[in-house]
Design a protein around this ligand. Structure first.
Ligand code: AMP
Ligand code: GLY
Length: 419
């Protein structure tokens, strides 16, 4: 069996690890990957958005299955292209992936099918958007949330506390076209703990994974700017079984059904970024792929054969999922300065002393050592019978890693522990 995994970060490393765990003899290729994956996969120097080159590679190397990590490849239409050429690929089509790539598409779908989410309006014109923001300010409805309509590498969401911040954001997005020339969505601010609910979806069939919680802010106590994610844990005690059932029945199943009814059936991983408000569970956003760093803490708990799951979704047969009962905590080690400017090239030593899993997010091998090569560099994942124990083991592992330019949060998992 030959598998091609598309993507480069910790999520891809975790997918590769889960594939190798269930079928060790699988030959895995990763494009573009990073050097940290070279023990378990062959690195292919093709970028995730070069879909014609990826197709050529898959054909020439007789790849049996391609698995797509990032949304950028989905938006380019990698699944449409591979399917048209008769190749097996795991992920949604470009049209179904709009649930992630267009905020207005997602919001309008939720409105039409009464899936609980924050109230919203879409604007293409700066004047109309600012008039709306002014009206909300007069009605004392701040903070408000302003979202760029297209993909913006995690930077397209601004929570505006004041009218002047709102206007500045609207100017950047609608006048200066900072991310491109799409519209914006202005939505109500929701309050409560957030969690990530990923499901394998084959049209209207929804197979839930165990829950996870991401940590988007850079510093302990959720301080500092947003990042791509500084860590996650799985097994989320602050979300009850009733909450989970509500999320499945009122959100994840209905949205899968809605996509079928709209003529854009979804196949792949549907990710609900959900929030537990005092009025019930609501949707913050959907993604059309595994979350990163959620995949790194969820997949290690999967006891079923991940390759069999991918094939079942593609072929439309029943998916069987078995999960371990333990908790996982994943702590991201990032370059000092991230998410702003940071330097690369610092050697990382003593990785061999880490007892948990180490997934490489942004590293390079310089012939002697792994060196830092990105904002987020590594994620260390530990498992235990309790969340506290998993957190402590992961922290201990982080302390063993010797690198002059890395930092990490010490409170991944604490929100559920305090609870
Ligand atoms: P996103 O880039 O869509 O994942 O959004 C980034 C973060 O912004 C989310 O994880 C939330 O913490 C926050 N956010 C987005 N929409 C809302 C909302 N309507 N109310 C409160 N916070 C939000
Ligand atoms: N962890 C959030 C995301 O993958 O978008």
């Amino acid at each position: 069996m030959k598998v091609l995994v598309v993507g480069s970060g910790g999520r891809c490393h975790a997918i590769i690890d889960a594939i190798k765990r269930s079928k060790p003899t699988t030959k895995v290729f990763v494009a573009p990957g990073n050097d940290g994956m070279r023990d378990s996969a062959e690195i292919v120097p093709i970028n995730e958005t070069e879909i014609d080159k990826l197709l050529k590679f898959a054909k020439e190397n007789k790849i049996d299955l391609t698995v797509v990590g990032p949304e950028a490849s989905l938006e380019k239409g990698i699944v449409n292209l591979f399917e048209r050429e008769g190749l097996k690929i795991f992920g949604p089509t470009k049209e179904a992936a709009r649930i992630e790539t267009s905020k207005s598409f997602a919001k309008e779908l939720m409105e039409k099918y009464q899936i609980p989410t924050a109230g919203f309006k879409t604007f293409a014109e700066y004047d109309e958007a600012t008039a709306y923001a002014e009206a909300l300010a007069k009605a004392d409805s701040f903070p408000i949330v302003i979202k760029y309509d297209g993909l913006a590498a995690g930077k397209g969401v601004v929570i505006a506390e004041t009218l002047s911040r709102a206007k500045e954001t609207l100017r950047e997005m609608l006048v200066e076209d900072k991310f491109g020339d799409s519209a914006v969505v202005i939505e109500d601010y929701l309050e409560g703990p957030e969690f990530s609910f990923m499901c394998f979806v084959d049209r209207e069939n929804v197979y839930p994974m165990v829950l996870a919680q991401d940590h988007k802010r850079v510093f302990d106590g959720d301080l500092g700017p947003n990042t791509g994610g500084m860590g996650a844990y799985s097994g989320v005690p602050l979300v009850t079984l009733e909450d989970e059932a509500e999320a499945l029945e009122r959100i994840m199943r209905p949205v899968a059904k809605a996509l079928v009814l709209e003529g854009v059936p979804f196949k792949g991983v549907l990710y609900g970024g959900l929030i537990k408000t005092k009025d019930g569970i609501k949707v913050i956003e959907f993604n059309a792929r595994f979350g990163d760093p959620e995949a790194e803490v969820v997949l290690p708990r999967l006891e079923s054969d991940l390759l069999a799951v991918f094939f079942s979704v593609i072929e439309g047969s029943k998916v069987r999922l078995q999960w371990s009962k333990d908790y996982t905590v994943g702590i991201v080690l990032a370059s000092k300065g991230y998410p702003q400017d940071y330097k690369k090239g610092y050697p990382i030593r003593c990785l061999e002393h880490v007892e948990g899993h180490v997934y490489h997010m942004g590293t390079k091998f310089d012939g002697q050592d792994y060196v830092t090569n990105g904002g987020r560099v590594l994620i260390v994942v530990q498992k235990a019978d309790t969340l506290f124990e998993a957190q402590q083991k992961a922290l201990k592992d982080c302390e063993k890693i010797d690198c002059a330019n890395l930092f990490y949060r010490r409170d991944i998992g604490s929100k559920s522990l305090i609870k």
